[in-house]
Every structure is written in structure tokens, then in C-alpha cells.
Design a protein around this ligand. Structure first.
Ligand SMILES: [Zn+2]
Length: 512
């Protein structure tokens, strides 16, 4: 028996014992779906998505997962410009950022695509960033992960098993050894997954080819991909220390580079100016990538330096950067001044700039009247950009901060930017119900959030609390009962899937 199989057995045994005997908090993250029949060529899309959701459930708790509405709105807007012309328009993609200076981007099972902040800052144009993202979209549309998981069922299970064991070890020690140890181990999880999901050289070349097509069809500068990968390859001084992560997961072979060069050689170059959004998000991430006061001071100084010799659009970005850094440094007056200057320079409404103006003015407000003005600005922004989840969630934050919880619930139910199928919708609803001390509705909402995050056991626990609180009306309480039955059935199905996997494992061994 090779060591791999032993580890797999350990993984399955641990999985079973944890799922069946552990407290729900531990079990919730590890009810992985069964990886399907051994005979099939690729993982069914629904199973792959479920797997991806469960990995994302952990990734979202990673301290380096960047939970920032500006960044995710920008990345998803850019990503969907690519998805719109790709071959899988119907697939649900989710683009997210990891706070990490290393240059890297990766695709997880199910269309979840992560981009490191370091890569966004290192891209010299929006087309370069789009080029890297188009390559990752290519891995998803060509179903590389699904095929790999199906082909190497055992090593995929191993990879996920190693990840989950690390998580469990971290969490088991979490209460006594404190958050630091947990953060250190959990912080590597996204990196761990992406290392396990190494694609073959053919897959890399195919993702390049498909990605290039997507990039040009979406109207980006076709040289974006080649320029960026080329710089990574030659390892210019700027990236020397930061580049290896991407190169490890995406080995840059001579063939890949020359393929790229051949593709662009005969193409008419299409210049594409960077969007204001690209400049703003880079300014924002320069601040958010820092986690210390000194780091924020340094970025403030950087933007002040940028102000001197720049074009209008980079002056807007620099002033926006000053506003973001000033908010971090708790200097609301400076933030208001810089934010309003950026907004004036841009000349047109922008969800990002209008938000930072309202945000800074609310913090700087010294009277009820000033506070009311800031609330009004946030409301105007949400009404002007009804499909911006940034503007919408900011207005909801403002309503929450000013104790207008009934208004927040009303607004949330009628807005269109955050769909009911998104976990955030139910999290926001739960927050308002909690503030109003309506316990059954609060736990019902949080339960719905967990269900959408792929954690049915955690959802069941919340519904249990909702039942116990028993302060909802008849309609609410029967809704909770019905939902509880569905989710319990789902938990049971998952557990049976795991038992099935454990039972099948000895057969796998006998085939060797
Ligand atoms: Zn790749």
C-alpha cells in the first residue's frame, strides 16, 4: 500500500468520525459531496459547484480573504465582461480578492476565481489584469478542474483531505492556543488548494488559447496577456520576490510564451484606455493591502507624491487613495476634503467616489443635520446606481449605523442589487432583525445564509435557535419548520455520501 492510500484512509476515517460524532461547528465545514461515479469523465457541474462552495466557506473565513465590496464589485464587473463573451455564459462565476503581495491568481472548483491584491497592483494596465483573469476563466470553461478531479479522484480527495485536516487541527487548537496559530494555518488554505490543483501543461496552453480569444473578443488589448506573462517570465526586478507563486501554479514554458507571441503577431493592436474603476481600485488596494498604521501612513505619503505630476485620472485616483488612507488613519476631515476633490475632478457620479464622500461625511459629522446630509448622500448613491451592490450595501450600512433598522429591512426587500440567492442578502437581513431583537427571524435569516454558503448543518443549528426563540408569527414559525425538514434531509444525504465513499475505498485498493 502506498502512503497516499494510507493518508486517504485516515482522511475518510477522520471525515466520518467528525461528521458523525463531532459537535456541529466542526462538522459543518466538512460535509463534502461525494465525488461521483468512478467511471465518469468529469465531475458533474452541480457537484463541482457544491465542492467549490464548501471550499469557499472556509476561504471566506481566511483572515486574508478580502471582504471589500468595492473590490469584489470591480473584479466581478471586469470578470463578467470576459464571461459574457466566453463559452459558458450561463455559468455562475464569483471573483474575489486575497490580501497578499505575491503575484497570483487561481481557479477553484465551481467557477470561484481568486486574485491576489499584489497581482492587481503589479498589472500595468487593465488589459493585463483582464488577461490573467481570462486565463483563469479559460480553466473553468474548459472544465479542467472537473476533468482533473474525475481523473485523479484519489489525489483530489487527498488534496482536499489535507486541507480539511489542517483546518480541523487549527480549529481544534483554536480555543486554547488563540487566534494567531489558527490564522497562521488557515491563512495558507487558498494557497494549499491551488498547489494541489496543478494543471497539466496542455491545460495551461488551452487556458491561454481560450483566454486570449475571450480577452480580444471582450475588447481588451490583445497584448495584455503576453505583456504580463512575459514580464513574469523574465522576472523583472519588481517581481523577483513576488512572482514565484504564480509561476509555480502556472509554469511558464517556452511553448506558452511563443504561442502567445504568435497569436498577437498578426493581430491589429487595439489600444484600450484603463477605466477609472481600475485606477480607483488600485489606489484602494494600495491602502487595504497594508494592515498597520505605518503602512497606511506610507500610502498616504505615496499618494501625496502622486499628486504632483499626473494626469487628471491619476489625480482622481490619488485623491481617492488619500481619502481611503485618511479613513484608516481616523482623519475624517482630510478624508472628506480628498473625497470631495476626487468627486469634483471626475465630473460624473461614480458609485465608488460617491460612497467615499458619504462615508467620510458621516464619520466627520458633528451634528444631526450633518449626519442627515450624509445619510441622504448614501441614499442618493443607492438610488442612482440601483444595480450596484456597493452603493446598496453602503446605504444599508448607513441605515444600520444610524439605527434605522425597519427602514433597512424595507429597503433591502425592495432593492435589486443584492439577490435573495446571495448569502449577503440574508446576512444583512439577519443583522437588522438582531438589532430589533426579533430572534426567530434573525436566526432564520442567518440559517438561510449558511444554507447558501453550503453549510446545511450550521443552517439547521440556526433554525433550531429560531424555533427555541419562538417569537415569530404563525406564518414565520411554520416556514422555519418546513425549511428545517429540507435541510435535515440534505445533511443526511451528505452523511450517506461520505459513508458510501468510505465503504468504496477498500475496492479502490484492490484494483491496484
Ligand atoms: Zn493556468
Amino acid at each position: 500500500m502506498c502512503p497516499d492510500v494510507r493518508v486517504l484512509r485516515l482522511f475518510v476515517v477522520l471525515l466520518c468520525s467528525f461528521v458523525l460524532n463531532s459537535p456541529p461547528a466542526l462538522a459543518q465545514s466538512i460535509d463534502l459531496p461525494s465525488l461521483g461515479d468512478a467511471g465518469s469523465e468529469e465531475l458533474p457541474p452541480a457537484t463541482e459547484r457544491k465542492l467549490g462552495e464548501q471550499i469557499m466557506f472556509e476561504v471566506r473565513r481566511d483572515p486574508d480573504y478580502l471582504s471589500d465590496t468595492e473590490t469584489s464589485e470591480y473584479l466581478n464587473n471586469l470578470g463578467y465582461q470576459l464571461v459574457a463573451v466566453s463559452s459558458s455564459r450561463s455559468l455562475d462565476f464569483v471573483f474575489f480578492a486575497i490580501r497578499d503581495p505575491m503575484l497570483n491568481a487561481f481557479a477553484l472548483p465551481g467557477g470561484f476565481i481568486g486574485v491576489h491584491t499584489g497581482l492587481i497592483l503589479a498589472a500595468q494596465s487593465e488589459s493585463e489584469l483582464a488577461g490573467v483573469m481570462a486565463h483563469e476563466v479559460g480553466h473553468v470553461t474548459q472544465r479542467h478542474i472537473a476533468r482533473m478531479l474525475a481523473k485523479q479522484r484519489e489525489s483530489a480527495a487527498l488534496a482536499l483531505g489535507a486541507l480539511l485536516l489542517a483546518l480541523l487541527a487549527a480549529r481544534a487548537g483554536g480555543s486554547s492556543s488563540g487566534d494567531v496559530a489558527q490564522a497562521a494555518i488557515v491563512g495558507t488554505q487558498a494557497a494549499l488548494i491551488q498547489q494541489q490543483l496543478n494543471f497539466s501543461r496542455e491545460a495551461e496552453r488551452e487556458a491561454d488559447r481560450v483566454g486570449f480569444q475571450t480577452l480580444t473578443e471582450a475588447g481588451f488589448d490583445s497584448r495584455g496577456m503576453e505583456a504580463f506573462f512575459g514580464r513574469l517570465q523574465t522576472g523583472s526586478r519588481l517581481y523577483e520576490s513576488a512572482a514565484p507563486a504564480y509561476l509555480r501554479t502556472h509554469p511558464m514554458t517556452v511553448e506558452r510564451i511563443s504561442d502567445m507571441q504568435n497569436r498577437t503577431r498578426n493581430l491589429r493592436v487595439k489600444q484600450r484606455p484603463d477605466s477609472l474603476g481600475f485606477q480607483l481600485i488600485r489606489a484602494r488596494l494600495r491602502v487595504l493591502q497594508e494592515t498597520t498604521t505605518q503602512g497606511w501612513r506610507d500610502s498616504l505619503e505615496y499618494f501625496n507624491g502622486q499628486l504632483k505630476n499626473q494626469t487628471t485620472s491619476s489625480e482622481i485616483a490619488a485623491r481617492y487613495g488619500i481619502a481611503v488612507a485618511a479613513l484608516k488613519l481616523n482623519q475624517p476631515e482630510l478624508a472628506v476634503q480628498a473625497a470631495q476633490a476626487a468627486r469634483r475632478l471626475s465630473g460624473a457620479p461614480s458609485p465608488v467616489l460617491d460612497k467615499v464622500v458619504a462615508e467620510a461625511r458621516l464619520i466627520a459629522a458633528r451634528s444631526d443635520e450633518e449626519r442627515a446630509t450624509a445619510v441622504q448622500l448614501a441614499s442618493d448613491n443607492a438610488i442612482r446606481f440601483p444595480l450596484s451592490s456597493l452603493a446598496t450595501s453602503h446605504y444599508l450600512d448607513v441605515l444600520n449605523q444610524t439605527n434605522q433598522h425597519e427602514a433597512a429591512i424595507q429597503f433591502l426587500r425592495n432593492q435589486e442589487a443584492i439577490a435573495r440567492t446571495q448569502p449577503a442578502y440574508h446576512a444583512l437581513l439577519g443583522r437588522s432583525y438582531a438589532a430589533l431583537n426579533r430572534r426567530s427571524l434573525q436566526h432564520q435569516s442567518i440559517g438561510e445564509m449558511y444554507a447558501l454558503l453550503g453549510a446545511p448543518q450550521a443552517a439547521v443549528n440556526q433554525l433550531e435557535l429560531a424555533r427555541r426563540a419562538n417569537d415569530g408569527d404563525f406564518y414565520t414559525m411554520s416556514e422555519i419548520d418546513a425549511r428545517m425538514r429540507d435541510l435535515q434531509a440534505e445533511v443526511k444525504r451528505n452523511q450517506e455520501g461520505i459513508r458510501e465513499a468510505a465503504r468504496r475505498e477498500p475496492d479502490d485498493r484492490s484494483r491496484r
